[in-house]
Design a protein around this ligand. Structure first.
Ligand code: 13P
Ligand code: SF4
Length: 304
């Protein structure tokens, strides 16, 4: 631990705070987190916080909002308020309402990568770890699903229902960077490697992969697989965690340029500042939060 990390751990105790971090955070932030996980694991963890007064969320805006929705009486802090997920802003609430008017019989399943106002329009949320389970849990045969079109197409292949992507072209700019040629080059270099990709990748990438998994799914898969070499098709700092937890395995990013700049806005200095000044607080309008909470809790009930 460096000096700054030690200071953060001290401050965290003084303030009775906890630090939640997504798997795409840098190594130095991963090391000081109380809990590191994928979107579903972070939601579950946020739903179980009992004794902390402050929650510092090292992730993007929609994650901090969801933590607030689940903990409206606590201070939820983002160390850098501009850490937004561009995909989460691709489906405004009004557009969801418009689709609901056009498809009155459809259920609305929204990816957790949406802003609170859109979440308030959903019947249930999902993450990349449980999308198939969520859709299968619903009685409706027609599903409005958004905003990630690649996750929508992944789910459409797994279930026997009509999946209507909303909007038509929601995507993650990081996972869009991967090309089939990246796979060809890396497969040639590492012929024995297993290729794991995230469902936010394009369908042609998913077809070429050995496994399509959420980031939490990748953590469990690499830990339990007898395989020794893995190519990882998601944000590069996923590899940071996998290497730390599996020092005996060879784990290589499929593309080292696949960096989520938004996630990287958080730094140790900003985490310290966040704890010291108790900023930047993330809040959601109570009426919206109440409606969004129903959709979040309906999803979480499937994990219990
Ligand atoms: P998961 O960690 O839930 O797989 O999602 C990846 C992601 O892009 C979060 O924004
Ligand atoms: Fe959003 Fe993509 Fe970054 Fe995840 S990796 S936070 S989906 S921009």
């Amino acid at each position: 631990m460096n000096q700054l990390q030690k200071e953060i751990l001290e401050l965290k105790k003084e303030k009775n705070a906890i630090i939640l971090a997504h798997n795409y955070q840098t190594a130095e932030i991963q090391e000081i987190a109380d809990f590191l996980g994928d979107s579903l694991e972070l939601c579950l963890k946020a739903s179980q916080i009992e004794d902390a007064d402050l929650v510092v969320f090292c992730g993007v805006d929609f994650m901090a909002e969801t933590a607030f929705i689940l903990n409206p009486d606590k201070k939820i802090l983002l160390p850098d308020l501009s850490a937004e997920c561009p995909m989460a802003h691709m489906l405004p609430a009004e557009e969801v309402r418009e689709y609901k008017r056009r498809y009155p019989d459809a259920a609305v399943v929204l990816y957790v990568n949406t802003m609170a106002e859109a979440k308030a329009e959903a019947d249930i949320l999902c993450t990349s770890a449980n999308a198939q389970q969520v859709v299968e849990s619903l009685p409706e045969e027609q599903i409005l699903f958004g905003p990630d079109m690649n996750l929508a197409s992944y789910v459409a292949q797994k279930v026997d229902k009509e999946i209507i992507p909303i909007p038509q072209e929601g995507y993650c700019y990081v996972h869009k960077m991967f090309q089939p040629t990246d796979i060809m080059v890396m497969r040639e270099k590492y012929p024995d490697a297993e290729l794991l990709v995230h469902p936010e990748c394009n369908p042609e990438l998913q077809e070429l992969a050995d496994q399509v998994l959420s980031t939490g799914g990748m953590v469990h898969y690499v830990a339990s697989s007898p395989g020794k070499t893995f190519l990882i098709g998601t944000e590069v700092d996923m590899v940071t965690r996998l290497l730390r937890e599996n020092p005996d395995k060879t784990i290589i990013p499929l593309l080292s340029e696949a960096i989520c700049q938004n996630m990287k806005l958080h730094t140790l200095e900003k985490v310290k500042n966040s704890l010291l000044k108790e900023e930047y607080q993330v809040k959601v309008d109570p009426g919206i939060a109440d409606r969004a909470r129903m959709a979040v809790e309906r999803m979480l009930s499937l994990s219990n």
